[in-house]
Design a protein around this ligand. Sequence first.
Ligand code: PHE
Length: 445
Amino acid sequence: MEQTGRGIWGSRLGFILAAAGSAIGLGNIWRYPYITGQNGGAAFVLLYVGCVFLIALPVLIAELSLGRRTTLDPVGAFKALSPSKKWPMVGYLGVITGIGILSFYAVVAGWTLGYIVRTIIPSTEDFAQFVANPFEEIGYFAAFLLLTMFVVLGGVEKGIERWSKFLMPALFVLLGALIIYNLTLPGAGAGIEFYLKPDFSKITASTALAALGQAFFSLSLGMGTMITYGSYISKKENIPISGASVAIADTTIAFLAGLMIFPALFSVGMEPTQGPALVFNVLPAVFAQMPAGNVISLAFFILLAIAALTSTVSLLEVPVAYMVDQKKWSRKKATVVVTAATFLIGLPSALSQGTVEWFSNLTVFGQQGVLSIMSFVFSDLSLPIGGFFISLFVGWVWGVDKAYQELLLNTSPMMAKILSLWGIFVRYICPLVILLILVSKILGI
Ligand code: PHE
């Protein structure tokens, strides 16, 4: 074993499933549909898929090679490969972003726990009342963080890998069944049209940034999650194939989630632009009309909670790996301290859904409420900025030649040919496109 002491994935499938477990989560089933709804539907979907395969996938491959080469956390990886003291700042940005995302993500993940409970013990509160109730909000938020903490305490193989193995097939089957059911609902056709018939006049700099940010968020990129996960891959594995499998699995699940939500949304006559509440408003309305709706609802929210858990675990893993590798803290101390800090940082998000007026109404960057602001700052800004520097670093500082030594291990000659394109993407296309989208958003074009 090359990486004694740090843990390593048990098998190739173990790694792919764990990385897919990190990627697939609330980002696909909660965030993707509401962002698509806010950005006009089908044209956004095309832009999103373009961002995933042309920009995010090359960055994913870059992160995985950085991680496996150095077998370190993100800060350590930059320290080990860079001549200058400035580059590790990209790693620090990742550590901070991990905590920032986890702080609001666990709030939404808490909603899924709440909906599991509400399915078993019906409640008279609607979604808006539920999220405005401080006891429920903070209670479920804290419960979800504790769940995450316990899994991370278990370490890489036992903790993360074991959880990821059952999830994907089950989620896939349930989504398929719900899609078929929802397509038969009256009025479903308008949803299909919204989701699949592009209207390109809806594309602006904001839409482009939303698509880019969502691609990074959904693939867990730009903050070093995949550097950290890459650091646990054995040298026997093939990085490009693993990376592409993760990107395809993640995009398929997001696409299916949209196909499940939009027909239902139009059928129950709700607004596609309603924001973070969307999935939690639409699905219970559909489950309520469905035969055996309670059982389906229970299965759905349990799977969603587990999908969220394999993502929160990967979010917590980045700051924990940093503390363990760089500060020499014990895994236990690092996990407990970071979880506690995240809880405090997440409180304003938890109280921003109608509980505390100021947190709920605060509007910055066109985003209303602390939760949406956190989501915009850490997903749409911080992740693409991180991705920009990671591609510059791998393309120009560490150098594509050295990266290729890592990438080409165990690849076929055919694959090596295709991969020669990757160098052009990380050096030129990824940084330029990311910069262009960020700058045009800032200039308000
Ligand atoms: N990709 C996860 C999701 O879609 C969220 C996430 C973002 C996880 C960044 C880790 C890092 O739910």
